[in-house]
Design a protein around this ligand. Sequence first.
Ligand code: DGL
Length: 277
Amino acid sequence: MSSEDKRTSPIGVFDSGIGGLTVYKALRAALPHEDFIYLGDTAHLPYGTKSPEAVLQYTVQAARELMENNIKLLVIACNTATAVALPSLPSLLEDLPCLGVIDPGAQAAAKTSITGRIAVLATEGTVKSGAYAAAIKHYRPDAHIQMLACNLLVALVEEGWSDGAEADAIISRYLSMLQPDFDVLVLGCTHFPLLASTIRKHLPASVQIIDSASTTAIAVETFLVRNDLLRVGTEVGKTSFYVTNAPERFERLAERFLGYDINVENREPTNSYAART
Ligand code: DGL
């Protein structure tokens, strides 16, 4: 592939469901000329309660499907898949460049915290992997980190119940399980930024909330510039959306979150995901 072809190739964005749209939205805003292919593996959602072996298998399968579209970069817009699969991916995917969401969020948390006391809300799989604690400690060895698995928050988002009495009750119960001494709260699951305004209501004003969406977008842009892969020009980039199950449901929730209409194609995990909006 020539350098020009590489620059104009799409970026693959992968998540287990709709949560990765929080990352996609930030990517789209930061990189208006790029083409994206978003794949939500809704057939296997949730990843957060699955074994690391299963998450690795699903992630590799999805990545291989995205590679059929000649993607120049794969963004793993899922914390669980990043935690469990990212380290093994380049060797399993013919050295395809892959970026995850944990390192950018961890770096931002380490920089933002004054006291070094940081809490992370994530899925069970991400908590068990220890990936956030390791990434935060890499940037801030003195950090004191609390991790809390909040699996029900994924279900709230997938149900479209981001606010209201149910969200308030569940969020307040989870937050009460943390020692209240942290000054930074990391939303360590791509679904959780959709609950940010409700989470905010239950925290002291002094606590800063960090999510990986905008920080991942900056990391992706930096990677593209450094590797001469940035698509330049005036044309607005296109996005194709695929899911492995129930496209209508994804479409409904995604349109509410993105604020505009999209077409979502269903593709079974073993088929090609080729189509466009
Ligand atoms: N997208 C996943 C993550 O960021 C959460 C949803 C799931 O459990 O699949 O960890």
